[in-house]
Design a protein around this ligand. Structure first.
Ligand code: ADP
Length: 796
């Protein structure tokens, strides 16, 4: 925690009661009192000794909200039971609550005792040095003022310098003394000789010589002297002179004592000074560091102050309100602790989602909610605890037991790791249930799939058009009917010139009649509008179109949906029916008109009838009637046959005989030669009468439609499992596009050609008969090269 780790003493007081609520080890260290003596206590109870000095200041801080700070203040504190004078820098920092009222006071404190002491020591040292310098000056004064005899010899033993003391001792002036030797200046010969020897020695050895000597003083009488002779070296290092000092030791005794004292003092001071100097240097460095540290601390203090303020606010909110917050949160929240994910905190919203009560608190997750075991969301939770990385789940399925039934529900959730002192201690889970949305979407998806399935397989073409008239979708049937791919659809607006749309009468369709155009313009749906689409091959496909607009929220047209069915076949059949009716009425009218004429003549000739004339008319009338009966028969037959209502009586017969018998009328006419090729013994098992009808049909057609070809060849071949019978003519043949319709009811290849009478029923009836036998029927024809109509009869 920040407070605990802070390098400064911190103690948080409640502003109202001045009770210490929070403090750190550093604070205890400075206070020198046990924690329990301070925490929870009125601040001035443990710090009674400081109360008089700072109580008012603290009260002011609470009252005004302005901080109070003291810098390196001397303070008497009872630490560890002992009175101690310490120096501290401290701040009483107000901590306002969210209304700006001082709710806490943070006491920040740093002890400066060491620094202050060091500074005091430094001051002492400075003083000592000053003293020493003063001493030096005194010493110098003393030296210059002493009766020490100071002098300089040249190498010829002559005085080149003598101080006033020496001159006084000699009783001489500078002028008559300098330049003179020892003897000349009144030295006794032994004395002079001694110094001359010494001078010689010094010249050689370059070492000083010290000695003691007694001789009479001019004024003071005989006295004892201490002298020292020093070599004076020139630039070459040679002795060029000897400087001497002679001190009257008689008086020096006391001076010596004083000096010794002084020197000793000096010595000790010097030593101390050196030591202190070193210490000082070290202390200085330390001081510098401490100063820097102090600077940093101050910075930190500022930040920490801010931190603590925020922390405090948060603490206030969090510590006390966190649980309440979680409890009242509108989203489901849950806090897990420990590796077993013990449920530590769970709010009502979460309990409702989980369909659990508060008894799950304190239980490990998988114990409290055993049903969720194995859910990916659980693995993720453990992963967050193990890795410390936050994870979010989206529409995650979670099995939950609600009302005794475990079912899958869906959630969006956030897992956040909870840390304490850098260690993961738990995970917080915030979840939102999205089951409704997910299920709704799934339903939608299923619906869409179903719709897609329907669109893919339906027998109607469906095209969805965008507001610009461009197809956005075309189902497979639409693609099949129009013979273009979905991509081609998408690149072809409804008014594209590539579409060749015609009215039913074959005239080009004007845009205002175009079903898409009508829908897009009027917004009204279209039902069953039949149009013709001319394919690139030139063939026409007829479609019946339904179209409805798609509208947006504002009822604006956002496109259209068009469905259509291929009605080409329907139209063809209809056309054929219409053709048939006109053909049939024409066919019926011819024999009826003839019959009517014959009967009218017979009526007119009733009274004077010539018998041969009557006979001719009656024969004519009969023929017409037969023709009429034949037509009506085939109409009735086709009807019956189309409903499958005809019996099949199978016998085994020789096919060559049937061919022979059936076409007697053609042979009799003498124009056509019918040749049977193949096995004349070949037998088939079938309804002889019905097969005869098919045969007659084929041969009649050959006569009718290949009039110029006089040779009709009939073949009968035994094939595998069946007998194949074919009729070949050398007529004009049939165009390929007509061949496929030729067996259809009412179909006539050239209906306008009135030279051929017929109802377009013959081949249709033939096909029905062969199919009823389980055989196949067909035609091979090359225009200009004749046709071969064939059928097969399966073996019995
Ligand atoms: P119908 O003869 O009464 O018109 P069919 O069903 O017998 O009806 O024949 C259908 C059509 O097939 C005829 O209208 C004719 O155009 C064509 N057709 C039939 N047989 C031949 C053939 N041998 N050669 C050419 N066209 C034929």
């Amino acid at each position: 925690m920040i407070v605990q780790a802070a390098p400064i003493g911190i103690c948080i007081l409640d502003a109202r009661t001045l009770k210490a609520e929070l403090l750190n080890d550093k604070f205890l260290e400075i206070a020198g009192k046990p924690k329990e003596a301070i925490i929870g206590k009125w601040y001035w109870e443990p710090f009674a000794e400081a109360r008089a000095g700072y109580e008012d200041a603290l009260n002011e801080v609470v009252r005004t909200g302005r901080p109070y700070s003291a810098n390196e203040t001397e303070l008497m504190l009872i630490r560890h039971g002992r009175e101690e004078i310490i120096f501290v820098t401290f701040v009483y920092a107000p901590v306002p609550d969210h209304e700006g009222k001082v709710s806490k006071v943070a006491v920040w404190v740093i002890e400066n005792t060491k620094q202050v002491q060091e500074r005091q020591l430094q001051n002492q040292l400075l003083k000592a040095r000053e003293l020493a310098e003063q001493q030096q000056r005194v010493y110098e004064t003393i030296t210059s003022a002493t009766p020490d005899l100071m002098y300089v010899f040249d190498l010829d033993y002559r005085f080149t310098y003598a101080n006033s003391a020496l001159l006084a001792m000699w009783g001489k002036t500078w002028e008559n003394a300098i330049g003179k030797n020892l003897l000349e200046n009144g030295y006794e010969p032994w004395h002079a000789a001694m110094h001359e020897r010494e001078i010689d020695q010094i010249r050689i050895t370059k070492q000083p010589i010290r000695g003691e000597v007694a001789f009479p003083h001019a004024v003071l009488g005989k006295r004892i002297y201490d002298y020292i002779l020093n070599p004076v070296l020139n630039a070459q290092g040679e002795v060029e002179a000897i400087a001497g000092t002679t001190r009257d030791i008689t008086e020096r005794k006391q001076w010596e004592e004083k000096l010794a004292q002084s020197a000793k003092e000096l010595q000790s001071i010097n030593e101390e000074m050196t030591a202190t100097n070193e210490e000082l240097a070290a202390a200085n460095e330390e001081l510098n560091l401490t100063n820097e540290e102090l600077g940093l601390l101050n910075d930190k203090l500022r930040y920490s102050n801010e931190d603590i303020r925020r922390l405090n606010l948060r603490l206030q909110e969090s510590e006390t309100d966190f649980k309440r917050l979680v409890q009242l949160a509108p989203v489901a929240m849950m806090v897990f602790r420990g590796p077993d994910m013990v449920i530590d905190l769970v709010n009502d919203a979460m309990l409702e989602i989980l369909s659990k009560d508060k008894s799950v608190i304190g239980k490990p997750l998988l114990e409290g909610l055993p049903e969720i075991k194995g859910a990916p969301a659980v693995d993720m939770l453990f992963e967050v605890f193990n890795t410390g990385k936050a994870l979010d789940g989206n529409e995650a399925p979670v099995p939950i037991n609600r009302d005794g039934k475990t079912e899958t529900y869906y959630f969006n959730f956030s897992y956040r790791p909870l840390f304490s002192e850098g260690r993961i201690i738990g995970v917080m889970d915030v979840a939102v249930e999205v089951t409704e949305q997910v299920l709704a979407r799934k339903r939608l998806e299923a619906n869409e799939q179903r719709l897609q399935g329907i669109l893919d397989t339906m027998a109607e073409g469906v095209v969805i058009v965008d507001p610009g008239g461009k197809p956005a979708y075309a189902n497979p049937m639409a693609q099949r009917i129009m013979g273009i791919s979905e991509d081609e659809f998408r690149n072809r607006e409804y008014n594209d010139e590539k579409w060749k749309i015609e009215r039913l009468d074959g005239s080009p369709m004007p845009m205002e009649e175009h079903p898409m155009h009508r829908v897009m313009q009027t917004g009204m749906p279209i039902f069953d509008q039949e149009i013709a689409v001319v394919m690139p091959s030139g063939e026409k496909t007829y479609i019946s179109v339904n179209a409805a607009p798609l509208t947006g929220n504002q009822q604006e047209i956002t496109g259209a949906i068009v469905s259509f069915t291929d009605v080409t076949n329907r139209r063809l059949v209809l056309q054929q029916k219409e053709d048939f009716i006109s053909v049939a009425s024409h066919e019926l009218k011819t024999p009826v008109t003839a019959l009517k004429a014959s009967l009218q003549l017979l009526e007119r000739m009733q009274n004077d009838a010539k018998p041969e004339m009557s006979a001719t008319l009656i024969t004519q009338a009969n023929r017409s009637l037969n023709k009429l009966t034949e037509l009506v028969d085939s109409l009735l037959n086709s009807n019956r046959i189309s409903q499958g209502r005809f019996p099949v009586h199978k016998t085994t017969f020789v096919i060559a005989n049937l061919v022979n018998d059936c076409c007697q009328h053609v042979r009799n006419a003498g124009v056509y030669n019918i040749r049977f090729e193949g096995d004349t013994e070949l037998t088939v098992t079938a309804d002889e009468q019905l097969i005869d009808q098919v045969m007659v049909n084929f041969i009649n057609n050959a006569v009718k439609y290949a009039p110029g070809s006089h040779e009709i060849i009939v073949t009968a071949v035994k094939e595998k499992g069946a007998t194949r019978i074919a009729v070949t003519d050398k007529g004009p043949g049939i165009a390929a596009d007509k061949v496929k319709h030729i067996f259809e009811r009412y179909y006539q290849a050239a209906p306008g050609a009135r030279q051929f009478n017929g109802l377009g029923l013959g081949l249709y009836i033939s096909a029905e008969i062969i199919h009823k036998h389980g055989g196949e029927i067909g035609v091979e024809s090359t225009p200009g090269n004749g046709s071969t109509f064939w059928f097969t009869i399966p073996d019995a």
